[in-house]
Ligand binder design. Structure first.
Ligand code: MN
Length: 305
């Protein structure tokens, strides 16, 4: 039986591609591994898979009695419901350390880099596993996506170096052009307000409060009409009502390098203070591009029990 390589819920490009690239590296190490995912690819990931001729990982919702490697998360809230009945063999991640625990020793590769695929490139180099051109191209896209074309404050020199090396393997010469093509695919708003909110959405436990944060990265926020914005706010209010203390939607403008915040919360003031946002006709967070580095940590701090 193959071991499974599995990213987080509401998979983004890094999560989908990490499963594929890490399964490849594990195979190179003699481990029979299979990439799976907790959902179908979003438009950006679909573009990446198609561009480099890769197949979407099979969707898996249960991991009971399976041996698994986790990529791009270590939070229980991001894992399948029955993860406690699985054997976790290893983790590759670049987020804050989550609340998963294991019964047995595991292999953990955690680094504060901009992308899980940057870490996977280092693991491939460490074990001298060659990366084929198509997987290298997808890994490059994951780095460009997670670091927002190297503009996010999460980006490190390791991400740039890995991206350059992967671009060489993939035969990509213009990283910026590839990135813009990918973000154009990502800026697809042709979905229901609910699907847009949940396209890249994560629930966090902050001092016992369930706080859900979605993010949409767009080439320009001018793409969002006043009507759509109102529909997103109405839907967000419903999402908050589904057992959450707060629901946030971070609308990131890639070119302006900042985000507009939509919010529904039992305690708006604490959130606005933590994020240094001011409520006027809209909440603009200048320079905020990264949920994991600029949104989650101040909120965790504000809601610490
Ligand atoms: Mn990631």
């Amino acid at each position: 039986m193959s071991v499974l390589v599995l990213g987080h819920k509401n998979p983004d490009t890094d999560s989908i591609v990490s499963a594929i690239s890490y399964a490849h590296v594990l195979k190179g190490r003699g481990i029979d591994a299979k990439a799976v995912a907790q959902g179908t690819p979003a438009p950006e990931s679909e573009f990446v898979l198609q561009k480099f001729g890769l197949t979407a990982p099979e969707v898996v919702n249960s991991v009971k009695d399976k041996e698994i490697y986790l990529v791009d998360y270590s939070d229980l809230a991001q894992a399948p419901e029955d993860i406690k009945d699985a054997k976790i063999l290893g983790i590759v991640d670049h987020h804050k350390l989550g609340d998963l625990t294991t019964d047995t020793p595991l292999e953990a590769w955690l680094q504060p880099y901009g992308c899980s695929n940057t870490i996977i490139k280092l693991i491939a180099d460490y074990y001298k596993v060659e990366i084929p051109a198509n997987i290298a191209g997808a890994m490059l896209c994951a780095i460009l996506s997670d670091t927002v074309l190297f503009k996010s404050p999460t980006c490190t020199p390791f991400d740039k170096k890995a991206a350059e090396e992967l671009a060489k393997i993939a035969g990509v010469s213009d990283l910026n052009a590839l990135g813009m093509e990918m973000f154009k695919a990502k800026s697809n708003l042709n979905a229901s307000p609910r699907d847009l909110i949940f396209r890249d959405f994560k629930d966090f436990d902050m001092g016992g409060k369930k706080i859900g944060i979605g993010q949409l990265e767009l080439i320009s926020l001018d793409m969002i009409s006043a009507t759509l914005k109102q529909e997103l706010q109405d839907e967000l209010n419903k999402v908050k009502g589904e057992g959450r203390h707060s629901a946030l939607l971070v609308l990131t403008d890639i070119m302006k390098e900042g985000s507009e915040l939509l919010l529904c919360s039992d305690d708006e003031n604490t959130i606005l203070t933590a994020l240094k946002g001011q409520k006027s006709d809209k909440i603009w967070l200048d320079g905020v591009m990264s949920r994991k580095k600029q949104v989650v940590p101040p909120l965790q701090g504000a809601f610490k029990a």
